[in-house]
Design a protein around this ligand. Structure first.
Ligand SMILES: NC(=O)c1ccc[n+]([C@@H]2O[C@H](COP(=O)([O-])OP(=O)(O)OC[C@H]3O[C@@H](n4cnc5c(N)ncnc54)[C@H](O)[C@@H]3O)[C@@H](O)[C@H]2O)c1
Ligand SMILES: [Zn+2]
Length: 693
């Protein structure tokens, strides 16, 4: 009997453990699936909305594939909103949204011939007859659907989420390749042009030359620029961008031509006056498509526009109808994608730059090469571990790739090309600027220079930080002037600004009487800047804008903060050990104390003013703001203060995190960028005032 009880309880244990294991495993799988989805959604957002991807397409596709496999294996976690089930784009708020009459799909990818052969096998299995293909270039731009009725352009819509897109008709009308009217008579009454809007390298370079002249950041690559340009609010500006368009399909209502092939469909487009690609091939076997792919791979570097692969389509439209679609893509097409562009060049040297906080950043200087449409001269190396892993030597031939086509990186070296005499790249032991021995924090890969007080880039960087807009906002005092003043030994820390005299400024390069006076006025005015901004400005490590505000709420004078214990500091909301230790360290340094005392004696605000932190309402709670252009109803500082008093938050750059951009006169690149992002509400000054009542 007892034996039976023991056996029974053992079986029960095993069952419980088994069930528990299963439960934990399924928890894990579900978590994995959800985290992959979240990651992919974010990449889609970066790519389609911000036009600013942060990983390469290949890495993106790898993640997508991993998710796809998990979803197939565990169908219980299927979800219609998964990135495997929907095309990645979305509509914006800046244009009217319009439903697509015919859905717009994505394309399935293949990265090698093996994938293509599998695809062909699947097709033959479904339709049970031989297939012919059409091979085309895969233009890397933005897709568009344009409705024509009675020979006239009626409406142009972006792909959006595939079901609905943005109505950007006015912008598309400014594209030279798109006819507004079709002169031929014997054409379908109603049809959709499906194609790609893109930008040539040549045009991108011209735009960038102008942007550089205007002091604007150059655009990074043709795809993002084309896609961003289409979403501009000002269609006159769109015309200036010189976009191109190519047709890759006509969708004709009622299937007016049931026996037409895809190739004939393209020829009809050409006949009607649409631009189609010069490189289109009817292929009678998979072998022929491979020849086309190899041929284009060779020609690709001579093309004046970016392609990211080749698209193969089943030629017969009847067969296409039989094959149909998956949730996301046609079964009758496949995109053979090229690997990220990789080029070989010479590593000329490695520079070790010192940042404001003392971190050492290794930067590779390269023999310039053109990569993905831009000229690459430098690549980041991140830290010592990466240099070691690559076993990098000066004058090595290195392979450079653009991760997500944005930041170039060195992905390997060509060992066959190494000269006998080349020296390995070694990380310096001492700071390249001040010779101090470098240090490394235990949990971090980066080295830093501990000579906080006297290392040139750190000292100058701190003073630049002190005068910056978010801190003491001393206008007219720029980095170059600070650099000169430091070299002339006139300033060494922020307190020295307050003893500067006009006679000392005038001898500096390019310094006129008026600008010298402006600087002195700006310095004088900075004495009115509230304590929290001063606290942010003096540059205590890890004390950013928000932390400074929190500190001021709890310690109303600099002396209270100076005398605070580690424990007291840690009790403040959001202040952890790292920040607390850094504050204590700061006040243990006698040079810092001296600087503070001097700032006090010159009248800089080191105590909480009466109105600081006073909250008037919560109407802006959770909302972020940025002001740009010339404001006429209030100053920028007043505006930012209003935001804070109504519990909103000021942020410093246009990004997807921005909710409102308030524009004054002559707003420039920030406005454009906000319009390109498309999710940001744009207000004028009066609308802003209305908002806070
Ligand atoms: N790096 C990232 O962060 C990131 C994020 C999202 C997507 N992506 C990339 O984008 C891909 C998915 O994007 P997608 O859904 O836009 O698909 P896609 O770009 O791979 O293919 C579909 C598109 O190709 C275009 N196209 C160009 N030439 C064509 C032709 N001759 N015939 C038919 N279509 C043609 C069409 O506009 C169509 O919408 C992913 O596989 C990934 O590589 C990258
Ligand atoms: Zn140094």
């Amino acid at each position: 009997m007892t034996n039976l009880v023991i056996l029974f309880s053992v079986i029960l244990d095993v069952l419980v453990i088994f069930a528990l294991n299963n439960f934990l495993m399924s928890e894990n799988i579900q978590q994995k699936i959800e985290s992959l989805r979240e990651e992919l959604h974010q990449h889609n957002y970066n790519y389609y909305v911000l036009d600013n991807s942060t990983i390469s397409d290949k890495d993106f596709d790898k993640l997508l594939n991993e998710l796809q496999n998990l979803e197939t294996k565990y169908p219980e976690y299927q979800n219609n909103n998964s990135p495997t089930q929907r095309v990645g784009g979305t509509i914006t708020k800046n244009f009217p949204a319009v439903q697509h009459q015919y859905r717009m799909y994505s394309l399935d990818n293949s990265y090698d011939f093996h994938d293509l052969e599998d695809w062909e096998k699947r097709i033959i299995k479904t339709i049970n007859e031989p297939v012919e293909f059409v091979a085309e270039l895969k233009y890397d731009g933005a897709s568009i659907s344009i409705l024509y009725e009675n020979g006239k352009l009626v409406q142009a819509i972006t792909r959006g989420d595939g079901y609905q897109g943005d109505d950007i008709t006015e912008n598309v009308k400014k594209i030279f390749d798109i006819p507004l009217e079709i002169s031929k008579k014997d054409i379908p009454k109603r049809f959709y042009f499906r194609g790609e809007i893109y930008l040539t390298y040549n045009k991108l370079n011209t735009i960038n030359r102008y942007r550089e002249l205007e002091g604007l950041e150059p655009f990074m690559n043709p795809r993002n620029t084309a896609s961003g340009s289409l979403k501009l609010q000002d269609s006159a500006e769109v015309r200036k961008r010189g976009l191109c368009a190519v047709c890759y399909q006509l969708i004709i209502d009622d299937n007016a031509f049931p026996t037409m092939s895809h190739y004939e469909n393209l020829k009809l487009a050409e006949y009607m006056g649409f631009k189609i690609s010069k490189y289109i091939k009817e292929c009678y076997s998979m072998e022929e498509t491979k020849e086309f792919i190899l041929d284009i791979t060779k020609k690709r570097k001579n093309l004046d526009f970016e392609i990211d692969g080749i698209v193969l389509k089943v030629n017969s439209l009847q067969q296409q109808r039989l094959l149909g679609y998956t949730a996301k893509s046609p079964r009758w097409a496949s995109a053979y994608k090229f690997e990220a562009e990789r080029k070989e060049t010479t590593l000329l040297s490695v520079k070790f730059q010192v940042g404001r906080t003392g971190t050492i950043n290794p930067v590779a200087e390269l023999e310039p090469i053109s990569l993905g449409g831009t000229l690459v001269k430098r690549a980041t190396l991140h830290n010592e571990d990466i240099i070691k892993k690559l076993d990098l030597h000066i004058l090595d031939r290195v392979f450079v790739e653009k991760g997500g086509e944005i930041i170039p990186k060195i992905v390997g070296i060509n060992p066959l090309m190494r000269s006998l005499y080349s020296e390995p790249v070694t990380f310096p032991i001492n700071c390249p600027e001040c010779e101090t021995k470098l240090e490394k924090l235990e949990d971090q890969a980066a080295y830093y220079c501990p000579n906080y007080l006297h290392c040139h880039p750190q000292v100058v960087g701190r003073m630049i930080h002190y005068v910056s807009r978010k801190a003491l906002n001393i206008e007219n005092l720029g980095g170059e002037t600070i650099e000169q003043l430091y070299r002339e030994k006139l300033i060494e820390n922020p307190a020295d600004f307050y003893t500067l005299k006009k006679e000392q400024l005038l001898p500096l390069e390019r310094m006129a009487e008026k600008s010298a006076q402006n600087i002195l006025d700006g310095i004088e005015k900075s004495k009115e800047v509230p304590f929290e901004k001063v606290l942010f400005g003096i540059g205590i490590k890890h004390v950013g804008e928000t932390v400074a505000k929190k500190l001021v709420k709890n310690f109303s004078t600099i002396d209270e903060l100076k005398n605070a214990t580690l424990e007291e500091l840690c009790q403040v909301e959001d202040i952890g050990m790292k920040i607390a230790v850094s504050i204590i360290d700061f006040f243990q340094n006698s040079e810092n104390i001296l600087m503070i005392e001097r700032l006090k004696s010159y009248g800089v605000q080191l105590e909480k003013g009466e109105n600081t932190n006073e909250v008037l309402s919560n109407v802006l709670e959770g909302k972020t703001f940025l002001f740009t252009g010339k404001l006429s109803l209030f100053t920028r500082e007043q505006a930012e203060e209003m935001v804070e008093k109504h519990n909103g938050k000021n942020i410093s750059a246009v990004s997807k995190n921005l909710n409102y951009l308030v524009v004054g006169e002559k707003a420039g690149s920030k406005l454009k960028k906000a319009q390109d992002i498309g999710t940001i509400t744009i207000l004028d000054e009066q609308q802003f005032l209305d908002l806070i009542g």
